[in-house]
Design a protein around this ligand. Structure first.
Ligand code: F6R
Length: 616
């Protein structure tokens, strides 16, 4: 997590850095800082809290931050509490070297001991201050150039980093390096931008170089970019990518919060996921990354899907779809667990990794493990050019556009849409899926954007329901079959942004324990579309009612029974079971949003969270 940004060129650096930091805040927002360099040295400001508080502090100081080189950081604390001292940038003991860092230095304690034994003092509790002083120590001890000292220091580091360092004696240069955590360089005309995410500089340039693990770049205002391998100083040829993001996509527009904007964008984002992949009239599905690996998907004996959080919930829906429509056994794994339990993987396995950001450290580690065992790794990612998308053997983008709200919404429905396409495509390849079912699902998939638009109309009734329940402290979410992961997702959304305790369960599991929790102080959200398990879920609702639980039910428009039983109902359009999560999740996203809104929470920046989890 953490967002880093840098600028080197001829413009005033401060506005570029501060505005860039605001766009990177989704990566962490417990403290922030900037450093602007000029011919007489540098000014450095940092503070606990959000970027606007940093701005206020700088404005209060009445000092004009003038200089054409700058770095900035917005933090999600790993080592040391969130306070002014632990905020970045960090400086070396001589005050000469200034560093920002995203990642974790796992062996910082042993490096710290060496530094302390050699007369260094450390002001903060961070691993970053240890790292910048290690560079200074190695530089002075060996009479190295900064570049050599960084290279040598980084070979000592165990962990993950993306860093940017400036030496006050050479403010026309900046050195950046990467291992694990992302960093990109924007190439302008005689200027360089550096950031954890290029969305922070796209108004200036769309030409981007993504650093790969083990690479460092030496940037100088008057020279061409110099890209090197850290380990052997081998010179590399940079590959320039053209970004296709539009500035409007990263603005809130008429919405108060990105989360709401992103919920409302879903009819369009699903169209974008389907575009060029589903031809409804001829019922043809074309998925580039699959066509070229057709035999692998036909012949595989099993698929393992690896992901975290919301993407893991989408994976559970993928399990249901791939098993039902393509008859391939699927296992779904938490990326963080997969890596540490010696999983059985061989070269005939397909591992699908799903990630919105494409930067989740746990998922990247799982991917690397799968590749090291020779498995074929297929990625489903949203962020174009992200680490995961660049590391897989083949894959697809979900094309949901930038997701900025920390609570994932449109990325989830885009992932499900992609998984439906995948399951239908493989089912068709294997001639396993019945033609009528295939044609019906293709037809219905084409109508999903319209059905989601209809589902969004429940917002007003959700506002009323939220007013009734916003002070309740415990929620249970129940679903069955393909809607069980939707229950998990509904509960996750609620707890993430409104801090209300919520759990998701398969409805039938209630009687095996969770039913003990039911009384008049618990709200139970039941997902009850009309499908095969409907009669069973009616039974589960009766059991809750008998114990005085309050019931909010998500039902279909023509439902009769649950409509009468539940305390409150939210109606969504009818659709085949396989596609139902795409509509049943909409009211759950709105419910979480509305509850957090009434409780006055900062919806886009929930406490303790960050959008992109780049630490393990
Ligand atoms: C929840 C949420 C997280 C992410 C998880 C994985 O709203 O956003 O649970 O889903 O951190 O992130 P990605 O999909 O970027 O790998």
């Amino acid at each position: 997590m953490c967002g880093i940004i840098g600028y080197l060129g001829n413009r005033d650096a401060y506005p570029i850095i501060i505005n860039g930091l605001k766009k990177l805040e989704y990566r962490g927002y417990d403290s922030s800082g900037v450093s602007i360099f000029h011919k007489d040295g540098y000014n450095l400001y940092k503070t606990k809290g959000r970027v606007y508080e940093l701005e206020k502090k700088i404005n209060r100081s009445n000092i004009q931050l003038k200089g054409t080189t700058g770095i900035g950081h917005t933090r999600w604390a790993t080592h040391g509490v969130a306070d002014d001292i632990n905020a970045h940038p960090h400086i070396s003991n001589s005050n000469n070297l200034v560093m920002i860092h995203n990642g974790i230095v796992d062996n910082y304690n042993s490096i710290k001991i060496i530094l302390l034994n050699n007369g260094f003092t450390l002001r903060s509790n961070t691993d970053t201050e240890v790292l910048v002083n290690l560079v200074e120590y190695i530089k002075n001890e060996n009479k190295f150039s900064l570049e050599e000292a960084i290279r040598c220091s980084l070979t000592e580091v165990v962990g993950a980093y993306s860093i940017a360092i400036v030496d006050r004696d050479d403010p026309d240069s900046m050195i950046i390096a990467k291992l694990g955590s992302p960093i990109a360089i924007g190439i302008g005309d005689g200027e360089f931008f550096v950031a954890s995410d290029p969305i922070s500089f796209i108004q200036y340039t769309k030409n981007v170089i993504y650093l790969e693990d083990g690479e460092m770049a030496i940037l100088n205002k008057y020279k061409d970019l110099d890209l090197r391998k850290i380990i052997n100083n081998y010179k590399l040829n940079p590959v320039i990518n053209k970004l296709k993001i539009d500035l409007k996509e990263i603005e809130k527009g008429k919405y108060k919060y990105f989360m709401l904007k992103e919920i409302y964008e879903q009819p369009q984002t699903i169209l974008n996921t389907l575009r060029g992949r589903l031809l409804v009239s001829s019922k043809v599905i074309y998925i580039d990354g699959i066509e070229s690996n057709k035999e692998k998907f036909i012949n595989t004996k099993c698929i393992t899907i690896v992901a975290c959080g919301t993407s893991w919930h989408a994976s559970l829906i993928g399990e249901y779809l791939l098993e039902k429509l393509a008859r391939i056994p699927v296992e779904v794994e938490y990326a963080s667990e997969f890596r540490y339990r010696d999983p059985i993987i061989n070269k005939n396995n397909i591992i699908i990794v799903i990630s919105q950001s494409g930067e989740t450290a746990d998922t990247i580690s799982a991917l690397k493990l799968a590749k090291s065992k020779g498995a074929f790794v297929f990625g489903i990612c949203n962020v174009v050019g992200s680490t995961i998308s660049r590391s897989v053997d083949a894959g697809v983008y979900t094309h949901a556009g930038p997701e900025i709200g920390v609570a994932s919404t449109k990325a989830f429905t885009a992932q499900i849409t992609m998984l439906i396409l995948l399951a239908l495509k493989i089912g068709k390849y294997k001639s396993i899926i019945n033609d009528n079912i295939y044609n019906k699902l293709c037809e219905e998939l084409g109508s999903i954007p319209e059905k989601i638009s209809t589902a969004l109309k429940v917002h007003d009734s959700i506002k009323k329901i939220s007013k009734i329940f916003h002070s309740m402290n415990n929620f249970l979410y129940l679903g069955r079959g393909i809607n069980f992961p939707v229950a998990l997702e509904g509960a996750l959304k609620l707890k993430e942004i409104s801090y209300i305790h919520a759990e998701g369960f398969p409805a039938a599991e209630m009687k095996h324990g969770p039913i003990a929790l039911i009384d008049q102080k618990i709200v139970v959200v039941v997902i009850a579309p009309l499908n095969e398990s409907y009669p069973k879920i009616v039974g589960n609702i009766q059991e809750i009612k008998a114990r005085n639980g309050k019931i909010i039910a998500i039902i279909n428009e023509n439902d009769v029974e649950v409509n009468m039983l539940a305390d409150h109902v939210i109606k969504v359009p009818n659709i085949s079971e396989e596609l139902s999560p795409l509509v049943t999740v909409i009211p759950l996203q709105l419910l979480a949003y509305q509850m957090a809104y009434i409780r006055g929470e900062n919806i886009d920046k929930p406490r303790n969270l960050a959008k992109s989890v780049t630490v393990e």
